[in-house]
Design a binder for this molecule. Structure first.
Ligand SMILES: Nc1ncnc2c1ncn2[C@@H]1O[C@H](COP(=O)(O)OP(=O)(O)OP(=O)(O)O)[C@@H](O)[C@H]1O
Ligand SMILES: [Mg+2]
Length: 235
């Protein structure tokens, strides 16, 4: 299992390394490059090194969590404020893709135990997946939250192609990408990391049946404190 992990890592690292090497060789060897070509190659080298850094950060983060290290303190956090922050971050990407972010029922507020930036990271991954992998004619993602009993839940549901039966368990594995990931960039680590983060906040992250044909992911976290009259419709 460890060998498989290592070979996956080297495979993922090799692609950006190869392009960095070949473009820098061209820059070193070719003396008559046009300025715009030069600029294009330097840009590619720069982008690929950013991608490599992100990949290595993701791998280190995940392996630390798998070893049982948390890397943060769980403290009481305002879950709804964190969700709002994640939605704001994703608005730019949504606009680029001409995608609607709809707010469904929202909880009135809940305090959960965790780390706000980490929860935000999970929600951003879910929302940006819903945007990236959505090929609907009128793409949209609906975000709902609720307090039920002792739990706070957030659901992120899109109207895209959904996730095939064979992929439903697989996509939570490291480096696993769905059959229809298309040309979207990504290493297939987002859901594996998200699941670890939520686990370390004593919660669960699951793919659940949604109301339509798209994918619906649910984050469920134990509530420390909830406002009374837990549900209201927000806009
Ligand atoms: N909302 C969705 N609709 C359809 N497919 C999805 C959706 N969310 C995830 N997937 C599939 O699950 C795969 C794994 O998602 P995950 O977030 O783990 O990795 P990624 O998005 O490929 O890369 P990254 O590491 O950048 O997040 C995706 O490649 C995609 O095929
Ligand atoms: Mg992702």
């Amino acid at each position: 299992q460890k060998d498989e992990f290592l070979s996956q890592v080297s495979h993922e690292v090799r692609t950006p390394m190869t392009s960095i090497r070949s473009f820098s060789e061209i820059l070193l060897e070719e003396e008559q490059l046009k300025p715009e070509e030069r600029k294009r190659f330097v840009t590619t080298i720069h982008d690929e090194s950013l991608r490599l850094t992100k990949l290595l950060d993701q791998i280190l983060d995940l392996s630390a969590m798998e070893r049982g290290e948390r890397g943060w303190e769980n403290t009481p956090i305002d879950a709804e404020a964190t969700l709002d922050r994640a939605i704001e971050v994703c608005r730019g990407l949504a606009r680029q893709r001409h995608m609607r972010i709809e707010l469904g029922q929202r909880s009135k507020g809940a305090t959960v135990s965790g780390e706000s930036d980490r929860l935000c990271q999970v929600l951003i991954n879910l929302i940006s997946n819903a945007i990236k992998y959505n090929d609907a004619e009128m793409p949209m993602v609906e975000i709902r939250s609720a307090v039920r009993g002792k739990y706070y839940t957030v659901e992120v549901e899109d109207n895209g192609r959904g996730i095939s039966r064979g992929d439903r368990i697989l996509i939570f594995e490291k480096f696993a990408r769905g059959q229809q990931a298309g040309g979207e960039p990504g290493a297939g680590l987002g859901l594996a990391i998200s699941r670890q983060i939520i686990k370390r906040m004593e919660g669960t992250l699951e793919l659940v049946p949604g109301t339509g044909s798209g994918a619906c992911f649910r984050v469920k976290l134990p509530v420390i404190k909830a406002k009374v009259s837990a549900v209201e419709t927000a806009k």
